[in-house]
Design a protein around this ligand. Structure first.
Ligand SMILES: Nc1ncnc2c1ncn2[C@@H]1O[C@H](COP(=O)(O)OP(=O)(O)OP(=O)(O)O)[C@@H](O)[C@H]1O
Ligand SMILES: [Mg+2]
Length: 315
């Protein structure tokens, strides 16, 4: 069983607004509302890939109730701790005319120490049955930056593979606890490592650096694919570069989440690292062809997989 943790769950609204311009009144031509937050999106993508998954985390107020109800309606197993503060609504405005995407994300509720304690108890129970634990997204307000570090540390004594997709100080702290996989995007990785990446060499070095910082595997995603540092079963490590020709996106929101679901799913099926990475990139790319984060058509994944190119370097 895979467990995804979403401490800052959201209701994700996608509004399609042709000719969107700041400062004007508009009407939407289409709109979609789905439960979201990175862990929830990853759970949705894993379900599509046929993997057993349960989504947990914190959900609050009327929005939280809707998140839980809509997840259940989607057939995604979930067990969230209900909190008093209102879960956030995130809005993405897609303009098909100019092909732009504008995102406005609320901060989310503050969480009390009692609520967090209730979550930690529930999580300790659910995690007992987990082969993989995925910690994804930002932390809610009033939660200490070291929480992911604490959770990763507590899972080190178990057999569960820990996967961490977050940014900023929570990532900086938790990577030291030795998570199984971290998967920042380019901006998140540049902020973590402390400089911009200009060429291939920089990216390969940066992927290795994630390993030196503490992660067992490090993957840096970008719209053109990914760079990864992954240890082999024989103890040697390799770095990989996977590329896919850029697609005209419908919506890129959640591509990183679909990517991670694709990677974890292939890895659980025992596929070798190059296949896992190519499958991940194909899932990320397929996500850009649909509205909704973590939503994609498995047929697109199959088709796009064959368009991926991989370069492998021994180190
Ligand atoms: N325009 C595109 N064409 C093809 N593939 C894309 C495109 N944009 C993203 N992808 C795929 O999605 C994956 C993740 O992309 P990216 O690094 O932009 O994610 P992200 O910033 O973490 O996204 P999010 O946080 O919204 O989930 C990439 O590895 C790539 O495979
Ligand atoms: Mg991401």
């Amino acid at each position: 069983m895979i467990v995804t943790v979403t401490l800052n769950a959201a209701l994700d609204r996608t509004l399609t607004v042709p000719n969107f311009q700041a400062g004007f009144r508009h009407r939407t031509s289409e709109s979609l509302a789905l439960p979201g937050g990175k862990g929830v999106n990853i759970a949705r993508a894993l379900k599509t890939l046929g993997q057993p998954v349960i989504a947990t985390g914190l959900a609050g107020g009327k929005t939280g109730l809707r998140i839980v109800e809509d997840l259940t309606a989607e057939g995604i197993l979930n067990d969230f701790v209900r909190i008093r503060g209102e879960s956030r609504t995130s809005t993405a405005i897609i303009d098909p005319t100019s092909n732009t995407q504008t995102e406005v994300n609320e901060y989310g509720p503050a969480v009390t120490s009692r609520e967090l304690h209730a979550f930690m108890e529930k999580f300790a129970y659910i995690a007992k049955g987990a082969d993989v634990v995925i910690l994804a997204g930002s932390l809610p307000r009033k939660v200490k930056d070291g929480l992911y570090k604490e959770i990763v540390g507590s899972l080190n004594s178990t057999d569960a593979l820990t996967v961490l997709d977050t940014a900023g100080d929570p990532l900086r702290m938790a990577i030291k606890a030795g998570p199984g996989i971290v998967s920042p995007n380019v901006f998140e990785a540049e902020a973590l490592i402390g400089h911009e990446f200009a060429d291939d060499e920089d990216f390969f070095q940066a992927a290795r650096q994630l390993g030196k910082m503490g992660a067992k595997s490090g993957i840096i995603t970008s719209p053109s694919g990914c760079y990864a540092f992954i240890p082999d079963s024989d103890g040697k490590s390799k770095v990989y570069k996977v590329q896919i020709p850029p697609l005209e996106p419908i919506s890129t929101v959640g591509s990183g989440d679909a990517f991670l679901a694709g990677y974890v799913s292939a890895r659980l099926s025992g596929k070798p690292s190059p296949d896992c990475l190519r499958h991940a990139v194909a899932c990320g790319a397929a996500n850009t062809q649909k509205y909704g984060a973590g939503v994609f058509d498995p047929h697109d994944v199959k088709r796009l997989y064959s368009k991926t190119k991989i370069e492998i370097r021994e180190i």
